[in-house]
Design a binder for this molecule. Sequence first.
Ligand SMILES: [Zn+2]
Length: 458
Amino acid sequence: MKSKRFRKTLYILLLSFAVVILAFASIYLINIYNIDRSYYQAYNAEGKVALRKFPYPYRAAMTICSDIDGTTTKEEFLEIQKFLNTKEETSMGEGVGLEIGNSFMMYAPPTCAFSYFSGNPGSAQIIGKFIKAGYIDFLHSYGEKDDFTRKDAIKAIEELNNNQYKVDVWVDHAKTPDNLGDDRTFGLGDHPGSIAYHSDLTLAYGIKFVWLGRVTTVIGQSVPITLKTFSSVYDSRHPVQSLINMGKEFAKNVLAVFGNKKYAMHKNYDLIRIAKLDDGQKAYEFLRFDNYWKGIATGATSKRLAYVISKQTLERLKKIGGYMVVYTHLGKNSDCSQVIAKETQIALRDLASEYERGNIYVTTTSKLLNYYLNHKYLNWSYETKGDEIIITISSVEDPVFGSFVPTIQHLQGITFYVPDKDKTRIYINNKEITNIQRNPPDYEQRESVTIWKREGKA
Ligand SMILES: [Zn+2]
């Protein structure tokens, strides 16, 4: 009798448990379904005239976002950039000629980074020159300065403004007081009550994009979530550790779906979200990628970048058509025999070949984020006039900094699929863009037109 009642209770308990699990699983799957549907809608290119996700002819887009700490001399910085940005002969052989940027700090001890106010002759000039050329495109916090106050931000911004040195990306550094992130990088820069408060001035200076410490091991952002999103974290060469990483990533995703704030960006793995700073201002927060098997913290070095941008990573990125901002420190190279680790030189050459073959669009962090944003909020329409397609771009409906009429500069890379590349015109409001690039069929067998203004190209 007793055992019968016990069995019944057990049965009811198990059944309730199963129902609860099933309910949670359903809620989770419905959320994922909605996320995936929103990506299909956002990047739907099925119409006769459609906005292509990436610039022609690329299938995916990425950048290497290298924090300057670890790069301690200007000579080292120049050699790294020469290898990345030119095809000239360097100490590591011919450069790869990619549009990969770098970062800077205003204040830093010489052991941390070569910096603007270092007093080291030439540093400020070099930083300025690279900012103007677009090859230094983000501020890696104001720097490493323990007694940082608002006055330091004022001094830095005055200097940058006086020289018209403009960057629009901010990346938090370690755990310095001027950071803008709270939960991972413990900053006070956006706390109005703090002596380190500066985010009102910093956003007014022109910062639009902020990185607040969030990193993912998932390859490729802004694509639908599938089982492979998580299973691709697994690496058979490091089964135990990579299984743990996979579990962690999935757990963050589940927590985010059920409302966890800290991991909110792991809910849909979009490249950018609108974030509210502590003082109420809004900015675009972006996610960075680092899947080093031993852990993110150890992976962001010159040597380990080779793993992070391995052939497998690039293959998957291409296959799913994702965006990606790769987190690293090119100057953390004390374990390398050359300025950039040998294995990473090889990986960068592979990346250059993907770029040259028209597979992966590689550009600076700022350009990638701006492209994503202008593409996402592009307000355009088309009409058919006779045998011509007339595309009219009227604005970029930027929900944070306000809508604006874009210039050709803002529209670099924007590509439309069209039925006939030679019978298409593009206008910004009433003004025709005269020098559009007309593209033969891409891998989808579709013709397109691109707004490009490259040096030396009409
Ligand atoms: Zn740093």
